[in-house]
Design a protein around this ligand. Structure first.
Ligand code: GDP
Length: 301
């Protein structure tokens, strides 16, 4: 449960206070709930959907009282997440039938992209997979160095070129090397300078293109990394990326440091992209495969 405690206590404390002593779920309780969800960064659109669902239940189940509200909220949020996220993958081979499985990781600088790649490398490596990293964020000098450090921590090879190398060339090399060495999975880092959106999106498109030339269907996965602690900012970044890149999954980082875990619920609902992993700390083990029931249950226990 490491990491989501703050999110839980944040939302739960507020809901607990709002419903204390209330005998029925009336308009006042629903108003309070709406405000709590919005200030917990669930987002307006998703909050309205949740409130609508609860209102419908209140209208249907005549004897509903406030103390049942938490349970109902939990059920409705799980149902909402179910509409947008598949069940937890059974295992690596079932989910990733292609070999090498090519994953491109995108996201704005500072969100925890490099750290996430290191954690993912560790996760797959320790489950017996052959992992390879590609340092295609050649724009920031430090990015390649940081990724190199993570490759050493996770004990996996890294493909890199000199500073200012063509990122698409690094991506090409990585995929080609993964194919030649029969790696199971290659994780390719990319640049995240959103202030120069047009050139970034062109760069990402080019990286995608060259990967597909080496291995059919590559990249098989494009993960967008978002910093959960930035709330609605993360939501905006997500929209900016999904406008240009086909994102197949989300990684929400820094959930250990925020009381606003509601973003996890809002972002997958609004973008219709599943949350695949959550980051709950700075260490190599601090990554969890997202499990919606576990997550929501731990928030609404
Ligand atoms: P990048 O610029 O997106 O590659 O970001 P980095 O991977 O360099 O991470 C930026 C900062 O966020 C570093 O200090 C990381 O230790 C920290 N960080 C990354 N993921 C998490 C997380 O899940 N929880 C916490 N608390 N910090 C994280």
């Amino acid at each position: 449960e490491k990491g989501v405690e703050k999110s839980r206590s944040g939302i739960m404390n507020k809901i607990g206070k709002a419903i204390a002593g209330k005998k029925t779920v009336d308009a006042g309780v629903l108003d309070d709930l709406e405000e709590i969800l919005i200030t917990s960064d669930v987002g307006v659109k998703t909050t309205v959907e949740i409130i609508d669902r609860i209102e419908a239940r209140v209208a249907r189940d005549k004897y509903l009282n406030s103390s049942e509200l938490q349970g109902i909220l939990r059920e409705e949020i799980i149902a909402l997440l179910k509409d947008h996220a598949p069940d937890k993958p059974a295992d690596f081979d079932a989910e990733f039938p292609q070999k090498p499985h090519i994953v491109m990781i995108v996201g704005v600088n500072g969100v925890g992209k490099t750290t996430t790649i290191g954690k993912l490398a560790h996760l797959y490596k320790t489950s017996g997979k052959n992992v390879m990293l590609g340092a295609a964020d050649t724009f920031r000098a430090a990015a390649v160095d940081q990724l190199k450090i993570w490759s050493e921590r996770a004990d996996v090879p890294i493909i890199q070129q000199g500073q200012n190398a063509d990122p698409a060339a690094v991506a090409y090399d990585t995929v080609e090397s993964a194919k030649a060495k029969q790696a199971d999975i290659a994780l390719v880092d990319t640049a995240g300078r959103l202030h120069n959106k047009k050139s970034l999106m062109e760069e990402l498109a080019k990286i995608k293109r060259v990967m597909g030339k080496v291995v059919e269907g590559a990249p098989h996965e494009v993960l967008l990394v978002l910093d959960a602690s930035t709330g609605q900012n993360a939501m905006q970044q997500a929209r900016a990326f999904t406008d240009f890149v086909d994102i197949t999954g989300l990684v929400l980082t820094k959930l250990d440091g925020t009381a606003k875990g509601g973003i996890v619920i809002g972002v997958s609902n609004e973008l219709d992209v599943p949350v695949k992993y959550i980051g709950v700390g700075e260490e190599i083990e601090d990554l969890q495969v997202f499990d919606r029931e576990l997550f929501v249950n731990s928030m609404f226990k």
